[in-house]
Design a protein around this ligand. Structure first.
Ligand code: ADP
Ligand code: MG
Length: 244
């Protein structure tokens, strides 16, 4: 589903170029959950932003369903986020002036789809994440955990092939964190979404089929575990070994 090949990205700082991604490669299949773990500043957010088209890689390719994404095309980048990719951010990124329903309907609004089936789909996905009773509330009336559930609903509403989640449990309490993992895992298993998630939590990483460890802009180790939830100790061990 997703193939990242030798991706490079650097940022300019005064006269210098600071390399952030250094020829990074990875793959995620449909119906597979892959996790990225690594120290702060290792390039995790940059990687997700380069895949989603929020940012553009300098070199290397991102291949979605066998097609190379052309990041030079503003049109293709927009379509990518509108149709094929769902995104969940650490700090939710909800629109404060819109209600819960309107926030989740936003991808449809932008695409000009305002029909009854779009409204029904918004309500369905709000029910699936357990936040439907909050439809008419505004983000400031919600807890952090509830805001993240809304942002997950928004990411799933248009049935994306690929879900990118940047520390989705980083700012919610452990109970909600576990609930979020259940929802994400269900999207992978029932809808065949390919999920690429960044987390610092070994407990949440253990829900993945595969854990990729990133350091200094490249993948330095991988752990295949087939969704077994008893591998937390192995993940801890690897983090210690890699000094992450
Ligand atoms: P992580 O998500 O793993 O903590 P990031 O991908 O956010 O790391 O950042 C990696 C490095 O790139 C950091 O050193 C950060 O300061 C730098 N960086 C990220 N975005 C920008 C930017 N827009 N301009 C300049 N430097 C950036
Ligand atoms: Mg980050």
């Amino acid at each position: 589903m997703l193939r990242v090949q030798a991706l490079s990205k650097s940022y300019r700082l005064n006269r210098n170029r600071i390399p952030v991604l250094k020829g990074l490669s990875l793959e995620v299949c449909s119906g597979e959950m892959a996790v990225i773990m690594g120290p702060s500043g290792s390039g995790k957010t940059t990687l997700l932003n380069c895949i989603s088209g929020i940012d553009a890689p300098d070199d290397g390719n991102v291949i979605l369903e066998g097609q190379i994404v052309d990041y030079n095309s503003e049109y293709e980048r927009t379509l990518l986020r509108r149709r094929r990719i769902g995104m969940v951010f650490q700090f939710f990124n909800l629109m404060p002036t819109l209600t819960v329903h309107e926030n989740v309907a936003l991808p449809f609004m932008i695409a000009g789809q305002r029909g009854a089936d779009s409204i029904a789909r918004v309500q369905e996905v709000l029910r699936e994440v357990g936040i439907k009773q909050r439809s008419d509330h505004h983000p400031f009336q919600l807890s952090g955990g509830e805001m993240q559930l809304v942002s997950i609903a928004r990411a799933l509403v248009h049935r994306p092939d690929l879900l990118l989640a940047d520390e989705p449990t980083g700012n919610v309490n452990p109970r909600v964190g576990r609930y979020i993992m259940e929802i994400l895992r269900r999207a992978v298993e029932r809808e065949g979404v390919a999920l690429l998630m960044v987390t610092h939590s070994p407990e949440h990483a253990a829900w993945a089929d595969r854990v990729c460890f990133i350091k200094d802009g490249t993948i330095v180790a991988e752990l295949h575990q087939g969704g077994r939830r008893d591998d937390v100790a192995l993940i801890h061990e690897q983090l210690l070994r890699l000094n992450i």
